[in-house]
Design a protein around this ligand. Structure first.
Ligand code: BMA
Length: 338
């Protein structure tokens, strides 16, 4: 029997919530985090203008900074909203653009590659869900590099090239001719320039995750260890007979767990280890209760010099929380896959 993994939720959780945001905010969650220029940077999803029925006026992306990764200060204004996305998509897609084409931008992840900051995000459009990749120096101006074909999201970039190529995990949403309509797996793609993506390969399917019966997806950008890439995932279990806490009148039935796997350093589509149990199961008030209760959705990992790994996750689609574990314990928790 493997010993229980020692993973600690931070005593000051949640580390960011709507009351910390100096502009309209109802929910503040699903945050990408990096260490850069001697401080910690966080980009987070901000849903604002809750109508009391489960609907919102809009979603934008906010920026927060921190000296220690625990106490965060939110910048006075959001950094990306629907209007910015319209401008960028018009530039990228030209004549196919329609005024109501963009619905929202959300779930940002950050990766530093060769000293440059990259942000991946999801964009809901009239014609489906797309994954975007952009780069920025200052979080004021973004250069958009690529937007995927629908339906695809949860893009996470690796922090270095592998075999000379940039690599990302992604989560397409294939819906046609499937027995389980939400049986969505994790895939991998590579690129020479972060614009053209190809050499797509499957990584992990729902059927391989013992505690999931619905979709899975890549969570935070992977971190490198001697033993392989340490990769967080989110994994969904749906139980139509168990209504969970939530604000939506139609009810909420999906538990989102955080999970963990280890992948080959040179062949990142090859899974070499998998934690058989969830890394984090919703159990605290701030995880069980909120817009969508029982949701844990990691989007940021920081490996400290001490070996501590900071795991930032959206809690109940309402706030950002932090858990920590030692990198060696996380690697050891992944059971080898034959
Ligand atoms: C997923 C995404 C996430 C969200 C999760 C739980 O499909 O929309 O942004 O956190 O559902 O609602």
């Amino acid at each position: 029997m493997k010993p229980e993994l020692n993973i600690l939720r931070h005593a000051q959780n949640p580390v960011l919530s709507a009351r910390d945001v100096p502009y309209p905010s109802s929910l503040t969650f699903n945050a990408g985090v990096v260490r850069h220029g001697g401080r910690y940077l966080m980009v987070f999803r901000n849903d604002h203008g809750h109508d009391g029925q489960g609907g919102f006026a809009g979603t934008n992306i906010g920026l927060a900074t921190s000296p220690d990764g625990i106490k965060w200060t939110v910048e006075p204004k959001s950094i990306l909203a629907e209007a910015d996305v319209r401008v960028e998509l018009k530039r990228l897609m030209g004549h196919r653009y329609a005024p109501n084409f963009v619905k929202r931008i959300y779930d940002p992840r950050l990766t530093i590659i060769e000293g440059k900051i990259y942000m991946c995000f999801a964009v809901d459009t009239l014609h489906g869900i797309c994954g975007g990749v952009a780069t920025t120096e200052d979080f004021q101006k973004f250069t958009w590099l690529s937007v995927s074909a629908p339906d695809n999201r949860n893009l996470v970039l690796f922090p270095r090239r592998i075999g000379g190529k940039f690599v990302r995990y992604e989560r397409p949403l294939p819906v046609y001719m499937r027995e389980n309509p939400e049986d969505f797996p994790i895939w991998c793609a590579e690129s020479s320039d972060l614009i053209y993506w190809g050499r797509n390969r499957p990584v992990l399917g729902v059927e391989e995750v013992p505690y999931a019966n619905s979709k899975i997806g890549p969570a935070a950008p992977p971190i490198e260890t001697r033993h392989g890439w340490l990769v967080t995932i989110h994994a969904v279990h749906r139980d139509a007979n168990r209504r969970l806490a939530g604000w939506e009148p139609k009810g909420w039935f999906k538990t989102y767990y955080a999970g963990l796997m280890l992948t080959d350093l040179n062949v990142p589509s090859r899974v070499i280890g998998l934690m058989r149990k969830p890394l984090l199961t919703p159990e605290t008030d701030y995880e069980l209760d909120g817009f969508r209760g029982s949701v844990i959705f990691p989007c940021g990992l920081i490996l400290e010099d001490s070996g501590e790994v900071k795991i930032y996750y959206g809690a109940a689609d309402t706030s950002v929380a932090l858990a920590t574990a030692h990198v060696d314990d996380l690697v050891a928790a992944c059971e080898p896959l034959s």
